[in-house]
Design a protein around this ligand. Structure first.
Ligand SMILES: *Cc1c(COP(=O)(O)O)cnc(C)c1O
Length: 240
């Protein structure tokens, strides 16, 4: 078995164990394999081991990788599902609307409006999550919780987007109680907006270092890179 395949199996076991520990059905938790900085060969290795959903942060890198993956391991019966999980500049929205199935990182109404307007009619509505800053000063990404209601109302009205849920990247912590507190905060915000009928049930939270805590607090999608592919090179593309 390749290293990627055995790492993937270990991550799946972590997901199953943590779901079982809190009485959840492991099938409720989808694994998004975060392939940023790794190449199409790595994506195809993960795919050969059963992974179908991939997360990317940088548009140009992702587009090149999608094309290379299609060459290297085409399989029309089970197309890959691509998730944009990185910050989005407005000049990138058209290509994102054309090439991705999900966007987890909506922080501004203007970006959502552009994605909706640019989503091709031939494709299903683009599924999106609103990214929330649950760590205050410690994080630069995500909308502040007190501005969330307004953002949710404007995104919920957009015709070519489906507002599936919320996403967060809390400040890293080794303390499971701190990890869970941040994820519990996201869950609470999600419950309020669901009660108001504005969003779906998806909670995109949990990464290599904290997926157990996220699953205990209700994660429906975990985004895992390092635990599957190993450490990323220190220098990452600064734009794209
Ligand atoms: C890179 C990244 C991940 C994956 O993090 P790991 O710690 O490598 O599992 C998850 N979510 C987002 C938004 C990321 O940018």
């Amino acid at each position: 078995m390749s290293t990627i395949a055995s790492n993937l199996q270990a991550v799946r076991e972590r997901i199953v164990l943590s779901a079982q520990r809190c009485g959840r059905d492991p099938a409720e938790v989808r694994l998004i394999v975060v392939s940023k900085t790794f190449d199409a060969r790595a994506v195809c290795d993960a795919r050969a081991a059963g992974a179908l959903e991939f997360g990317e942060n940088y548009l140009q890198e992702a587009l090149a990788k999608m094309a290379a993956t299609e060459q290297l391991c085409p399989r029309q019966d089970a197309p890959l599902v691509w998730h944009m999980i990185g910050p989005i500049q407005s000049n990138k929205t058209r290509a994102i609307a054309e090439h991705f199935d999900w966007v987890h990182s909506i922080e501004r109404a203007q970006i959502a409006q552009r994605l909706s307007a640019q989503r091709p009619a031939s494709l299903a509505a683009l599924k999106v999550c609103l990214q929330i800053n649950v760590s205050g000063e410690a994080s630069k990404s995500g909308v502040n919780p007190d501005e969330l209601g307004e953002l949710a109302r404007s995104v919920a009205d957009l015709p070519r987007l489906e507002l599936a849920g919320l996403m967060a990247v809390p400040a890293p912590s080794d303390d499971p109680r701190l990890q869970r507190a941040a994820f519990a905060r996201l869950r609470g915000l999600s419950e309020d907006l669901r009660a108001a009928g504005l969003i779906g049930h998806e909670l995109s939270m949990g990464m290599s270092g904290d997926l157990e805590s996220a699953i205990a607090e209700g994660a429906t999608m975990v985004r895992v890179g390092t635990a599957i592919f190993g450490e990323r090179a220190k220098s990452i593309p600064s734009s794209g």
